[in-house]
Design a protein around this ligand. Structure first.
Ligand SMILES: Nc1ncnc2c1ncn2[C@@H]1O[C@H](COP(=O)(O)OP(=O)(O)OP(=O)(O)O)[C@@H](O)[C@H]1O
Ligand SMILES: [Mg+2]
Length: 511
């Protein structure tokens, strides 16, 4: 006979019941309600503790002391349980609510283990309330219905990414991490990481991607005309193999300089000295200086560098935000176009660079798909969020500022791992993107410890409060030992000074 946690009180509904108890259970704990031949599973979502006699009508602390002397610590515990479904009926929501007075008992470990054991799954961690129950989630659903990993800084997002990536590598999957802080070059347990430097051949770049890198604004029509014509000429020459050694950008610049000096005509017109041409030349000069390492006419299609069974890491640590946006949009756009062809033509697709599904992890998703401005990457992130499922492309958005993520893309993430999240605006934004995040669960988010998460969505049959496994191969994002660093620098400087002093003395000098 299981111990009784409490009993239902008041009006019960099909989705929620309130209960009263004498002992303190844990939020996130699974419970079972047995009635009408059903075994209904629920999760404790909120708890309060109160006292009938020590209520908020008392204004004198001495009165409280007296009541305590008489009654001791006679508290009641009231809580709410969210109904998750009938265990004996494949977790379907029961058709009748629990009668008031129904016993609430802990869910059996056996039942929970059965619910969290799945085929083709990925182990995320263990239940916070029952450490011996391992939480496995459905990998196919995680992939095809996309995912978001959200939390305030330092709460354990990167560690969670590492656990997810390792889980995918276990199935020889292909994962691409857009690594904004160069932190993922680690050994995964189930596969190696491959760091790919973000070099793009302009041959595979769209005009708007190059225009974005050159910072030609949307409203600068005349600049755009010159830039577009020069781009076309340089592209044609590159296709003929004329610019290999000179470089694509240099070639564009030379075309513009010939118009500026009057040596050549622009569309049959002499445009010598036109200020907009000079502006474009300056912008291209700037582009050349900033992005020479990214644009490489000798680079192959970046997609062909992606390998199965590896964590392919696109290292964006040393590029600025505009370049990161362009690189992400470039890779996502090409992957979508590639996979559409691959799935349409099957093996007849010829020599496509990719012929398998890919899971993309986007760190700093609020920069790549921001809420309040349009970026190249946002366009392709939202397209993959909407269509990727049909073409074997999965997305994982990672962010410490969920309120700043494009709501369209976020709402397509049908799976969520939410670690500690304190800011109310962030909480509201996440709640509006996810129907399964209840008000009571939102209230739990600020009290989670590092590495603890609410796991929701299609990848799990029931929502769970999970202690995510700690990834063993690297400790992510450790805070710097600042005081130790200052101390060391002071000691080093002092030693250098002492050494110099000694050298001078040895040379017979006077200090
Ligand atoms: N599940 C966990 N178990 C134990 N320790 C953890 C866990 N997750 C994270 N940590 C620890 O917490 C620290 C921060 O983790 P992590 O770098 O993953 O956070 P983050 O949310 O990615 O931070 P940032 O916003 O700075 O990128 C690390 O030192 C890591 O070792
Ligand atoms: Mg991180």
């Amino acid at each position: 006979m299981s111990k009784i946690i409490g009993r239902c009180i008041g009006e019960t509904s099909l989705v929620e019941v309130s209960f009263i108890s004498k002992e303190m259970p844990q939020v996130g704990e699974y419970v079972s309600l047995k009635y009408d031949n059903k075994n209904v599973l629920g999760m404790i979502e909120s708890l309060v503790r109160g006292s009938v006699s020590i209520n908020d009508e008392i204004f004198d602390p001495k009165t409280i002391e007296k009541i305590k002397e008489i009654e001791g610590d006679d508290h009641y515990i009231r809580g709410s349980v969210r109904i998750l479904g009938d265990i004996s009926d494949n977790l379907r929501i029961p058709r009748t609510p629990a009668p008031p007075g129904t016993e609430i008992i802990p869910a059996s470990q056996d039942d929970l283990q059965k619910i969290f054991q799945k085929e083709n799954s990925l182990s995320l961690g263990t239940l916070i309330s029952q450490e011996n129950v391992e939480v496995k989630v459905d990998l196919e659903k995680m992939f095809s219905r996309h995912m978001a990993i959200l939390a305030m800084t330092g709460a354990g997002k990167s560690n969670t990414v590492a656990i997810v990536v390792d889980g995918m590598l276990q199935y020889n999957g292909c994962v691409v991490i857009f690594d904004m802080h160069s932190e993922y070059n680690i050994n995964f347990n189930n596969g190696k990481s491959k760091v790919i430097s973000p070099e793009i051949n302009p041959l595979y770049m769209s005009f708007s991607e190059i225009k974005r890198l050159a910072r030609i604004s949307e409203s600068a029509f005349i600049q755009e005309r010159y830039f577009f014509e020069a781009y076309k000429i340089a592209m044609a020459e590159m296709r003929n193999g004329d610019t290999q050694n000179k470089g694509f950008i240099r070639n564009m610049k030379e075309v513009l300089e010939a118009w500026d000096s009057g040596k050549k005509e622009f569309r049959g017109q002499n445009v010598e000295g036109a200020t907009q041409i000079v502006d474009v030349i300056n912008k291209i000069g700037d582009l050349e200086r900033r992005y020479n390492s990214i644009i490489n006419t000798n680079a192959g299609n970046i997609l062909s560098k992606l390998e199965l069974g590896k964590a392919n890491i696109i290292d964006l640590g040393s590029v600025d935000e505009s370049a990161a946006e362009v690189i992400v949009s470039h890779i996502l756009r090409n992957a979508l176009q590639n996979n559409k062809k691959w799935l349409k033509m099957g093996n007849d697709g010829g020599d496509l660079p990719l012929a398998h599904p890919v899971f993309f992890v986007l760190e700093e998703a609020h920069i790549l798909a921001p809420n309040n401005r349009s970026t190249k990457s946002k366009l392709w992130i939202s397209r993959i969020a909407r269509e990727g499922r049909k073409f074997g492309l999965g997305l994982c958005l990672v962010s410490q500022s969920p309120k700043s993520i494009d709501p369209d893309s976020l709402s397509q993430a049908n799976n969520m791992i939410i670690l500690r999240l304190v800011e109310p605006k962030d909480q509201r934004h996440v709640q509006s993107a996810s129907e399964s995040l209840s008000e009571d669960l939102v209230k739990q988010l600020p009290s989670l410890n590092v590495g603890e998460a609410v796991v929701l969505g299609l990848m799990t049959k029931i929502p769970a409060l999970v202690k995510i496994h700690e990834h063993k191969n690297k400790e992510f994002g450790q805070d710097l030992a600042v005081i130790e660093m200052w101390k060391k620098t002071t000691e080093d400087t002092k030693k250098k000074y002492e050494d110099e002093k000694e050298d001078i003395m040895n040379l017979g000098g006077d200090y």
